[in-house]
Design a protein around this ligand. Structure first.
Ligand SMILES: Nc1ncnc2c1ncn2[C@@H]1O[C@H](COP(=O)(O)OP(=O)(O)OP(=O)(O)O)[C@@H](O)[C@H]1O
Ligand SMILES: [Mg+2]
Length: 349
C-alpha cells in the first residue's frame, strides 16, 4: 500500500550548453544545488512530446538500461514546460568528437565497439531497442570506455521482438526503414555496423558519400546496398573485419548477425593491422605505429599519380635514429600496384 505522493523541489544552475551534436533536446552542464556537484541536464520540451505518457519515457528506459557500458542517469524531473534528465557529466565527450580529433586505430575501434555493443546487447536482453546508434550517441567515460547514450528514440519490443521507431535520422537509415514492417534488433545491428564503418574510415570518408541528388537516389542506394560503399574501406582495415561489418550491413535482415553477441564475437577475432594510425594530408597518406621503444612509419605520396612513392622507416626512440626499411620503400610503382605494396607493408612491418 503506497504511503502517499510527495512533490519536492529541485534546483540546478545551468552553466554551459554542450548539446551541439544533438537536435531534439538542449544539453547543459549544470551545478546541482542539493548535491553541490556537477551534472549534465538534458532538457526536452514537453511540447515536442506527443502526450504526457511520453514525458518520462526516455528517463525510464535509461534507468531500466543500467549497465557498465550504458551512460548513467541520476534522476528525471520537470517544470511547466520541460522534462529534465540529470546524468553524470562525461567530460571526454562523444566518440564522434574523439574520431574527429584523430583517426582511431583498429585496436581502438574494436575495443570501443565491443564496449558499446555490450551496452546494446544489454538493452536488447531487456526487451528494448535503441534505434539511434551512431558515434554522436556514444560517450567516453573518464576511463576511456565507450558508453551507449541518447535513448530518445528507444522503444520497448512487443512479445514477438518487434518495435517501430517514431522517427529516424536521414543519415542513418537501414533499408527496412522504407518497408512498412515492424523492426527487429537487426535494425540496431545495421546501425552498429554503420557506426563501426564510420569509426574505421573516419567521418569525412562517410560524409563524402552522403550527398545524393535527391531523396529517391538516397533510398535506392541504401536499398541496393550501394550506400555505404562496402568496397571503399581504407587500406589498413583487415579484409576479415570488412566482412564482419558488411555482414552487419547486409540489406537482407536475415543475413545480418543473429544478435549483438555474435557481432561481438566476430570482432574479438580480428588480430591484423591493429596499431597503425592513419592520417591523410592532401596527396600524402601517413601510417604510424607507435611501439614501446620504436616508431614505424609508412608514407605514401601520391602527388604524381603516375609515380606514387612509398617510403617506410623505423625510428628508435632512445637514440632518435631513423633507418629506411628498404623492402617496403619503392619509387617505381604504378597506379595498379601501389595499393598491394602498401597493404603488404602494413601487414609485414
Ligand atoms: N552526460 C553527458 N556528458 C557529456 N556530454 C553529453 C552528455 N549527454 C549528452 N552530451 C552531449 O550532448 C549531445 C546531445 O545529447 P543527446 O544525444 O542525448 O541528445 P539529442 O541527440 O538531442 O537527443 P535525441 O536524439 O533524443 O533528440 C551528445 O551528442 C553529446 O555530445
Ligand atoms: Mg544524440
Amino acid at each position: 500500500m503506497p504511503l502517499g505522493l510527495q512533490t519536492a523541489q529541485l534546483n540546478f544552475e545551468t552553466i554551459k550548453d554542450i548539446g551541439q551534436e544533438g537536435r531534439n533536446s538542449s544539453v547543459f552542464i549544470a551545478h546541482d544545488k542539493q548535491l553541490d556537484g556537477q551534472i549534465v541536464v538534458k532538457q526536452i520540451e514537453k511540447a515536442k512530446l506527443s502526450n504526457p505518457s511520453e514525458y518520462y519515457r526516455e528517463a525510464k528506459i535509461l534507468y531500466a538500461s543500467s549497465h557498465p557500458f550504458v551512460v548513467g542517469v541520476n534522476y528525471g524531473c520537470s517544470d511547466n514546460d520541460n522534462i529534465y534528465i540529470a546524468m553524470p557529466y562525461y567530460k571526454n565527450g562523444s566518440l564522434k568528437s574523439s574520431m574527429d580529433r584523430q583517426h582511431l586505430t583498429i585496436r581502438e575501434v574494436i575495443r570501443y565497439s565491443i564496449q558499446f555493443l555490450s551496452g546494446l546487447n544489454n538493452i536488447h536482453s531487456k526487451g528494448l531497442m535503441h534505434f539511434d546508434v551512431k558515434p554522436d550517441n556514444i560517450l567516453l567515460s573518464d576511463s576511456n570506455e565507450a558508453l551507449l547514450s541518447d535513448f530518445g528514440l528507444a522503444k520497448a519490443m512487443d512479445n514477438l521482438g518487434f518495435a517501430s521507431p517514431d522517427k529516424v535520422y536521414a543519415k542513418q537509415m537501414p533499408p527496412e526503414v522504407f518497408a512498412n514492417t515492424d523492426k527487429t534488433i537487426q535494425f540496431d545491428i545495421y546501425l552498429a555496423g554503420l557506426t563501426i564503418y564510420r569509426l574505421l574510415n573516419g567521418n569525412n570518408h562517410y560524409y563524402a558519400q552522403c550527398s545524393f541528388p535527391n531523396q529517391a537516389a538516397q533510398i535506392k542506394a541504401i536499398q541496393t546496398g550501394n550506400f555505404p560503399d562496402r568496397n571503399a574501406y581504407l587500406p589498413h582495415v583487415p579484409l576479415k573485419l570488412q566482412r564482419v561489418i558488411n555482414k552487419a550491413l547486409n540489406v537482407n535482415i536475415k543475413d545480418r548477425h543473429k544478435n549483438v553477441l555474435e557481432l561481438i564475437n566476430e570482432l574479438s577475432d580480428i588480430d591484423e593491422n591493429l596499431d597503425w594510425r592513419y592520417e591523410k594530408n592532401g596527396a600524402v597518406t601517413t601510417y604510424v605505429k607507435d611501439l614501446n621503444d620504436r616508431t614505424y612509419q609508412i608514407q605514401l605520396d601520391s602527388s604524381n599519380i603516375n609515380n606514387p612513392l612509398l617510403s617506410s622507416t623505423k625510428t628508435m626512440k632512445a637514440s632518435g635514429n631513423s633507418t629506411k626499411i628498404n623492402s617496403h620503400s619503392h619509387n617505381n610503382l604504378t597506379k595498379n600496384n601501389v595499393l598491394s605494396k602498401l597493404k603488404k607493408a602494413l601487414k609485414e612491418i
